[in-house]
Design a protein around this ligand. Sequence first.
Ligand code: SF4
Length: 479
Amino acid sequence: MNASNSFKSSVVVALDDIQLQTALDRGTTRAVNGRISAMGETSAAPELRAQARAARLRALNQLPELLDTLERNVTANGGAVLWARTGAEANDTILQICREHGVRRVTKGKSMVTEESGLNHVLEAHDIEINESDLGEYIIQLAHEPPSHIVFPMLHKTKEATAELLHEKLGMPMTDKPEDMTRFVRGVMRRKYIEADLGISGVNFAIAETGTIITVENEGNNRLSCSTPKIHIAVMGLEKVLATWHDWTTLAQLLPRSATGQRMTVYTNLMSGPKREHEPDGPEKFYLLILDNGRSDMLAGEFAESLACIRCGACLNVCPVYQNIGGHAYGWVYPGPIGSIVSPLLQGIQKAPSLPYASSLCGACQAACPVDIAIPDMLLKLRRDLVKVHDPASASLPWRIGMRAWRIGMRSPLLYRIGGKLAAVGTRLLARNGKITRLPGILGGWTKSRDFPAFPAESFRERLAQKKKRVESQSRESE
Ligand code: SF4
């Protein structure tokens, strides 16, 4: 999926989709309430947030050194570290490992970076069966759909639609109970773990000082994907490294609370290389694949802070834009406010020109973010960059005439005042009860989905001048 440049038309479709609107309403409300209640349980939330931000920024500031340390320690633990500059390189490397070991079947835990690289399609094109093991990911794999949320990949689906899909694809007896659906899919997946030659997982964090990777989850699927097959490949974006276990103890308190409204997820998996000689279980081979795919460029620029993201999804759940259109409209792997920054930066700003504008800049995203990323500020900077790369000649004629008239008016105080007066008279003539429900001509696009307020009879400057006069005359009288 790569359609970030058709955002506007996707939004229209999403707004008209009743099933999607129902699912979004249920899903985001549940997620927002869960986070608020879980964060409310700890009186130290502001301090935790400050510590988490410091831990992530410290890691980004020392990233080359930390990645070196991580590689050294993973190797010392018996694993191998592989590097990929691009998503295609990452896919080639995984394919190569599959060929070396004669792999035919793969199970995969949740991993956004492999969504980024499109790994599933590549393996399937080479006749390697790959099964998503996270329940939500497995269901959307069955539906041939991409995830619509960083944490809840099938947030766009109602339980009713899910039951129909499982009934149609796997013959599940119809039910409206999520626990029955889960039990049914668990039965299907057990066999796939046993048959898999290779397991792939994402990485929530990698601890440089011991070469340990951490994944958090609720289903145990990731643990089975990593430990049942003989080979385990963990794939991470290079920003996921933390310096110390101490930093993890801070983030461990915030990630589940922000993501799923839990104090802790049911499973926290810590993996330090392949199984040792005395250990009965675990993979015989362990690879850590570290993907750049544009992150080094981000790190070197003014948007480096966006790499501090811990992919909790809290900013998506509170965003009024995401709440109304869901994740697919954003057209690529990362939706919502953080996706509107990351997608243009990773794909190139010209491939996602609408995304920096997909925000009301209300600030709810930054307020919810456990690492306090300045999302609105960065969206504004991206809008600035878009203006720089925009070719004015490509705009429509009415737009260019309008902008020229606007520029002339804004440069002349007299014209500005006259324009304000005309707008006040014009809008008051068209308004009913103080608002206009349909603007004429090409201006009508504005009132397709919202009202336009009538301008007040007096401008702000006029009211300010009158107020000043009143204050001066009162002070003269009191003398
Ligand atoms: S930007 Fe913040 S709130 Fe959004 S996903 Fe990342 S860490 Fe979570």
